[in-house]
Structure formats: structure tokens, C-alpha cells
Design a protein around this ligand. Structure first.
Ligand SMILES: CC(C)(COP(=O)(O)OP(=O)(O)OC[C@H]1O[C@@H](n2cnc3c(N)ncnc32)[C@H](O)[C@@H]1OP(=O)(O)O)[C@@H](O)C(=O)NCCC(=O)NCCS
Length: 178
């Protein structure tokens, strides 16, 4: 069914009921601090359609994340093929949680499940992650899940206009030796 579960979380397909809290978090200046702009409701909804299509097509992608004990939708975590216009190739992991879900270890827990899926099920040789330079919370997740910064990997994100969040840093993790 293409869903993952962890001790506290369910990484699942998207539901209609996710759209309101998802649009709300994408309009939150704290959540969007390291993005070039706040996201409109229209763009948020279109992103969910793309995420859900990816999950249906491949069985993996950007999963909606909910807290298993309460059913609360808190954001997304997942794995995604890297776009062709990026300066590297492969599969990335990433996360975005609503502000009230920060500080609980949820991003780290969800991302660990994604790495395990990527290595154990998809047999990926490597997974990367990237974020705007200065996004220390995201970088901390990368480090907690065992990724290492590629010191030669800094790049200007091709989809982000010139400005303070264009410069990105790159982290990598190789598949564990079998
Ligand atoms: C990036 C982001 C997901 C990180 O969230 P986060 O809450 O800092 O990270 P985690 O979910 O892994 O939680 C770690 C924190 O929970 C704490 N924590 C509390 N209970 C915990 C538990 N049971 N287990 C583990 N950690 C726990 C940790 O101590 C840590 O706290 P600290 O930040 O004070 O050191 C969040 O800041 C976010 O959504 N930002 C906006 C979107 C974004 O920038 N995404 C990345 C773009 S590439």
C-alpha cells in the first residue's frame, strides 16, 4: 500500500482533510523562513496533487505524516527523485512540518524510516538532502540521521531567484555496507 509506520508516526497517502492544515503551514512565515516566499492555497493544493500522483505511480515519494496516536496531520517527509535541473542526480530525502510539530523528534523519526525504505526496499546506493544555507534545524535533522555534508556540494538552487535563500548546502549518506 506504500505507507510507512514508525513508533509514533504514520507516513501515508494524502487525504482531502490534509489540505487545510497543509495550506496553513505553507502560509506560516516561520515554516517558510528558508523559502523565497509564502505559498498560496492554490499552489499548496497543486503540490499535494503532484505528491499523491508520485506515491501512486511509484509507491514512494513525499508522504503525508500523521501522529499515529491522535491522527493529527503534521506535514510531509519522504523520498523523491532529484529533478533533472539540479547539479546532482539520485534520490533526495526531505521534510516540512507545521510549527506545532517541531521539537518532538518527528522529522528525524520519519526521515529514518525513509532512509531505511530507500536502502532496504529500493536498494538505493545513496540518498542526498539539501537545504538553504542557514537552515540549521533542517541541517540538524540531516546530521541526526547520519548524513555528512558534501563540502564541495554547495550550489545555487536553480528554481530559486537570486536572494538570501538561493545558496544551498548538500548532505549525503551512502547505503550501509551489506
Ligand atoms: C526542518 C524541521 C522539520 C525540523 O524540525 P525539528 O523539530 O527541529 O526536528 P525534529 O522533528 O527532528 O525534532 C528535533 C527536536 O525535538 C527534540 N525532541 C523532543 N522529543 C524528542 C523525542 N522523543 N525524540 C527525539 N527528539 C525529541 C530534540 O531534542 C530536538 O530539539 P532541539 O531542536 O531543541 O535540538 C522544521 O524546522 C521545519 O519544518 N522547518 C520548516 C520547513 C523546512 O525548512 N524544511 C526543510 C527544507 S529543506
Amino acid at each position: 500500500m506504500g505507507e510507512l509506520s514508525t513508533q509514533r508516526l504514520l507516513l501515508r497517502h494524502w487525504r482531502e482533510s490534509d489540505l487545510d492544515p497543509w495550506a496553513e503551514m505553507n502560509a506560516d512565515p516561520q515554516v517558510r523562513e528558508f523559502f523565497p516566499n509564502l505559498e498560496t492555497r492554490e499552489k499548496s493544493t497543486a503540490a499535494v496533487a503532484r505528491f499523491q500522483a508520485g506515491l501512486e505511480e511509484r509507491g514512494w515519494g513525499w508522504w503525508a505524516v500523521e501522529v499515529a496516536a491522535t491522527g493529527e496531520f503534521i506535514g510531509f517527509t519522504g523520498l523523491n527523485p532529484i529533478s533533472a535541473n539540479m547539479p546532482f542526480t539520485g534520490v533526495e530525502t526531505g521534510w516540512r512540518l507545521r510549527r506545532t510539530a517541531w521539537g518532538h523528534g518527528y522529522a528525524t523519526e520519519a526521515a529514518r524510516a525513509c532512509l531505511a525504505y530507500g536502502f532496504d526496499v529500493l536498494a538505493l546506493p545513496e540518498i542526498v538532502a539539501f537545504t538553504a544555507a542557514g537552515n540549521v534545524r533542517s541541517e540538524a535533522v540531516m546530521r541526526r540521521i547520519g548524513m555528512t555534508r558534501d563540502l564541495n556540494g554547495d550550489f545555487d538552487h536553480p528554481n530559486i531567484p537570486d536572494g538570501p535563500v538561493r545558496r544551498h548546502i548538500l548532505y549525503r549518506i551512502a547505503a550501509p555496507a551489506s
